[in-house]
Design a protein around this ligand. Structure first.
Ligand code: ASP
Length: 314
């Protein structure tokens, strides 16, 4: 098969403030360029989503890699998953603290292990044994995030409810990053990477790196990546919910908003989704005020931070 590739990315769904819009649009644009460069040369969807997510992990605008939110005790703990829809291979890591690009560690798990998921020091040891350099956690921590954590903890002490868990579209940032791709051989892949939620308890894992929750890919159904309040997304296994609906005949354009409606109706959750079918149809949706998104087809790249009025139509 030689078909036209497609790449979709997101850089989180929340009420992105006006002064951060440009950085988010630039970040998703750069991620599209990285992934598309590979896809147009005939590279695999797995390579493309890894490259796109690596670019966003390296961009401190996002809650992934360096610049991520901090745990309650002031550390960065990262989760990532990558999935190959052609061979149904997957690699995931969670609670890693010494890896600059957790999506690349996840890719190593996908390629080099008969296991699927590693956590904490075991994940770091696995990555190191396959050539990754381990870094000090402080290299991932920004002063911006120390201040943000201090403010969140001040609000907590004052008894102000945490908006992340309030069930309303969050004022807190959801800057998780993700990508889904269809390559010229007709194969799908998905990748999601996150620093999780602000002020999270050490050891907490959200939806992003869990198979079928924040990320999933299967050539026979669809590829998906989600962002938002992780706990409701996990309980609904929302990524798999969405791809199953595409498998049973739903169009991604309709299933994407349906998934977000279901998330809110069933558990009061909020977030965003990118969804891509093997025939090239795709859908994007969010119920937060904004979501950083990007789509690259043979016609070129498009990026934005809101979909309600300018939703890209395949
Ligand atoms: N879903 C992520 C989590 O709960 C957070 C996000 O999307 O920003 O860990």
């Amino acid at each position: 098969m030689n078909r036209s590739p497609i790449l979709l990315v997101h850089g989180g769904a929340w009420d992105i403030p006006a002064d951060l819009l440009e950085a988010h649009e630039q970040g998703v644009f750069d991620a599209l360029q990285e992934g598309w460069r590979l896809l147009e040369r005939g590279a695999s969807a797995v390579d493309a989503v890894e490259a796109a997510v690596t670019a966003m992990e390296n961009d401190p605008a996002f809650d992934a890699g360096r610049g991520s939110f901090l745990t309650r005790d002031g550390r960065v703990q990262l989760d990532a998953l990558i999935m190959d829809g052609a061979a149904m291979r997957a690699g995931g890591v969670a609670c890693v603290e010494r890896i600059r690009n957790p999506i690349q560690a996840a890719r190593l798990v996908l390629d080099k292990s008969h296991h699927v998921y590693f956590v904490g020091p075991g994940a770091e040891a696995f990555a190191e044994s396959h050539g990754m350099t381990l870094i000090d956690n402080s290299e991932l921590v920004l002063d911006r995030e120390r201040e943000r954590l201090a403010e969140a903890q001040k609000r907590e002490r004052a008894g102000v409810p945490d908006v992340t868990f309030s069930g309303s579209p969050s004022q807190e940032s959801h800057d998780t990053v993700g990508a889904v791709a269809l390559d010229s051989d007709g194969h799908l892949a998905a990748a999601t990477s996150t620093g999780g939620t602000l002020n999270k308890a050490p050891g907490r894992v959200g939806d992003s790196s869990l198979i079928g929750c924040g990320c999933y890919a299967d050539n026979s159904s669809a590829a998906v990546s989600l962002t938002g309040w992780g706990e409701p997304i996990m309980k609904l296994v929302l990524g798999k919910w969405a791809t199953d609906r595409v498998l049973s005949g739903g169009s991604p354009e309709q299933v994407a908003p349906d998934a977000i409606t279901y998330l809110h109706r069933r558990l009061g959750g909020h977030g965003g989704i990118i969804l891509l079918a093997p025939d090239g149809r795709y859908g994007l949706a969010h119920n937060t005020p904004r979501m950083a998104w990007g789509v690259h087809t043979a016609e070129g790249p498009r990026v934005g931070t809101i979909l309600r009025d300018d939703a890209p139509q395949p």
